[in-house]
Ligand binder design. Structure first.
Ligand code: ATP
Ligand code: MG
Ligand code: FE
Length: 358
């Protein structure tokens, strides 16, 4: 099926078009430039930017894919989780298109779409039938999921209990004076630093949280990054109090090592114990060079096959929404209708909003 996907959960306005598992276009416009001076995404600005960007992005996508709205078989839109006002713009646009064209509409979970994008990969056949693990690391989420069937059977094995990893990168970058968004800056600077110069804490790794494989503790597969952020702040304060130059590169490297070490060790532990042999790495922080490297190393040591979608498909985009939409169409899942509301805290177990009761 030819499926049009619309994404507007945060600062990216995305329209993607796929035919089954073939990607035809992935057109994205971001309002990030407008948020930089505030040091974070401002919801009101993001919503207005979606309004401005939607129609041009849609037109560009249709032109690039060389298709018309008439050719489209179904429309898919992110209905959550995300910023309420931002979601509203994409959802209203999608409903308008669905009403105008009479095409079926699917209200899609953004996080599951981050996984669905992996099915556009050439190795997609290997991914679908397996008991797939998904490690999602982004600005808003850090989660390890078990995907038994991407269209309707998704389970959360573990997640962050406070900050997301990307959020921790952004906050630590601010502490170190590196600007926003902080992920890429820390990634770059960390290459010049010594990750072993300082040891930062790995959250929720104490025995009382971990327990054992037989008797798991309360947070065996969970993460926490807010203590790490505080530890970095203390460390900087100490250097300053002693009148010493702050070793910014070493701190960046040591912070990054703490994040990446605990993410990968817990994710691989969860997969080993849950019999998961295929893992997809997704979300914006999947762009991080050290996270990719260590995930590869540890997965390969544990006999787990790792799948990493191309970078442009790891950050928020419309193609991932279209990709998951196409899976729903092919599985014969009922469309969502046009009376659903966006849900800023849509649970990951809801892959698409159910069709209304007859
Ligand atoms: P969500 O998908 O959970 O709604 P989001 O849209 O904010 O959140 P993404 O766009 O997927 O998330 O990713 C943005 C985050 O990725 C930011 O926090 C940014 O700092 C981080 N990031 C981007 N590149 C890198 C990198 N090379 N290293 C670490 N972090 C990075
Ligand atoms: Mg984003
Ligand atoms: Fe996202």
């Amino acid at each position: 099926p030819l499926v049009l996907g619309i994404e507007s959960s945060c600062d990216e306005t995305g329209v993607g078009i796929v035919r089954g598992t073939d990607l035809l276009t992935n057109t994205v416009s971001s309002s990030m430039d407008e948020h930089v001076r505030f040091g974070g995404v401002i919801p009101e600005i993001a919503s207005r930017a979606h309004l401005d960007a939607f129609v041009p992005t849609l037109q560009a996508a249709l032109a690039e894919a060389d298709v018309t709205l008439d050719d489209i078989d179904a429309i898919a839109v992110t209905s959550g989780p995300g910023l309420a006002g931002a979601l509203m713009v994409g959802v209203c646009a999608a409903k308008a298109l669905a009403v105008a064209t009479g095409k079926p509409l699917y209200a899609i979970n953004h996080l599951v779409a981050h996984v669905g994008v992996g099915l556009l990969d050439a190795r997609a056949e290997n991914l679908l039938p397996e008991n797939l693990g998904a490690l999602l690391v982004s600005g808003g989420h850090t989660e390890i999921l078990r995907i038994r069937r991407i269209t309707d059977d998704v389970e959360m094995l573990g997640s962050t209990i406070d900050d997301a990893a990307g959020e921790a990168y952004d906050k630590v970058a601010r502490i170190l004076g590196l600007g926003y968004p902080g992920g890429p800056a820390i990634d770059r600077l960390a290459r010049e630093g010594n990750a072993k110069a300082i040891r930062f804490p790995r959250g929720l790794t104490q025995p009382k949280y971990m327990g054992t494989a037989e008797e798991p503790g309360p947070h065996r597969y969970d993460w926490s990054f807010s203590g790490l952020k505080t530890a970095v702040a203390r460390c900087v304060e100490q250097f300053e109090a002693q009148g010493e130059a702050v070793p910014v590169a070493d701190i960046a490297a040591a912070f990054q090592e703490a994040v990446v070490d605990v993410i990968t060790s817990k994710a691989v532990l969860a997969c080993r114990e849950q019999g998961i042999t295929n893992v997809l790495l997704g979300g914006g922080v999947a762009a991080n060079s050290r996270l990719r490297q260590l995930t590869e190393q540890r997965c390969s040591a544990a006999g787990i096959t790792l799948h990493v979608p191309p970078l442009g498909l790891c950050t928020d985009n419309g193609a991932m929404v279209a990709a998951l939409g196409a899976q729903l169409v092919m599985a014969g899942i009922e469309p969502s209708g046009i009376s659903f509301a966006p849900d800023s805290s849509m649970p990951v177990t809801t892959v698409s909003a159910p069709a209304p009761e007859p």
